[in-house]
Design a protein around this ligand. Structure first.
Ligand code: Z5A
Length: 210
């Protein structure tokens, strides 16, 4: 039986990576064979592309090049990791997938949404998540979490994180429009509150599937 493909989406600092770790642990303890991955990334080539996308030293990609790099990373991940795992009955949970491209490159950068859809369908051969959890926090909460993390790990904001408030506001609105178009697949999760509170809300959606 085909496994389930679950993706987590949202703006930076919404807490996806933290909640994905909890889900991975929970699924394993329920005896489910699960693979956790992230986008861009998840294969050697896709991780190299991730490095290019985040690099600030060389010439930054123009908007179309950025889109194509995200899609190249996804094509490799979908073909070599996600599709084989699902067909072996494994569950795959991914930190971001196609909805991020519509939100960031479509609503954020302003690239044509129909063109993105065509290119994205080609890149991942029509692979779509069974369920997407969209984690929502206010921009103030996201900012606070990002600053706390930077202070803890002495990292600084990358090229996309530094794209400006207007860009981030557009992509947040984009995620909401995507959720409104596909309410069956994309579930909006209130991600305000502490880690355990958010986890409870997520688990409520997933418990019946498990
Ligand atoms: N991108 C794109 O443009 N197009 C695409 O097609 C794709 C991606 C696939 C990937 O960056 C970038 O690529 C991203 C979108 C773009 N751009 N940006 N900017 P990434 O993978 O490096 O990072 P990210 O996906 O944006 O996520 P993140 O910044 O790592 O944040 P997060 O995963 O949502 O949050 P977190 O790491 O779980 O939590 C952040 C901090 O908050 C951390 O210190 C936690 O301990 C803390 N935290 C988490 N939850 C809580 C709660 N509930 N309370 C308090 N503190 C919390």
């Amino acid at each position: 039986m085909r496994g389930k493909f679950i993706t987590f989406e949202g703006g930076e600092g919404c807490g996806k990576s933290t909640q994905i770790l909890k889900l991975e642990e929970k699924l394993r303890s329920a005896g489910i064979d699960v693979i956790k991955t992230r986008e861009p990334g998840g294969t050697r080539l896709s991780e190299l592309i991730r490095g290019l996308l985040k690099d600030e030293e060389t010439d930054p990609p123009c908007d179309r090049a950025e889109l194509l790099l995200f899609l190249a990373a996804r094509a490799q991940l979908a073909k070599n990791v996600i599709v084989p795992a699902l067909s072996e009955g494994k569950w795959v949970i991914s930190d971001r997938f196609s909805d991020s491209t519509f939100a960031y490159q479509g609503y954020g950068r302003g690239l044509d949404l129909d063109a993105i859809k065509t290119a994205n369908d080609f890149a991942c051969a029509g692979l779509r998540p069974d369920l997407t959890l969209l984690l929502e926090v206010s921009s103030e909460t996201a900012e606070k979490r990002m600053r706390a993390r930077e202070a803890k790990s002495s990292t600084s904001a990358d090229r996309i994180e530094k794209a400006g408030n207007e860009f981030h506001a557009r992509l947040r609105r984009g995620f909401l429009e995507l959720a409104a178009k596909e309410p069956e697949r994309i579930k909006r999760i209130d991600a305000e509150g502490d880690i355990e509170e958010v986890w409870e809300r997520i688990w409520n959606y997933l418990k019946p599937l498990v």
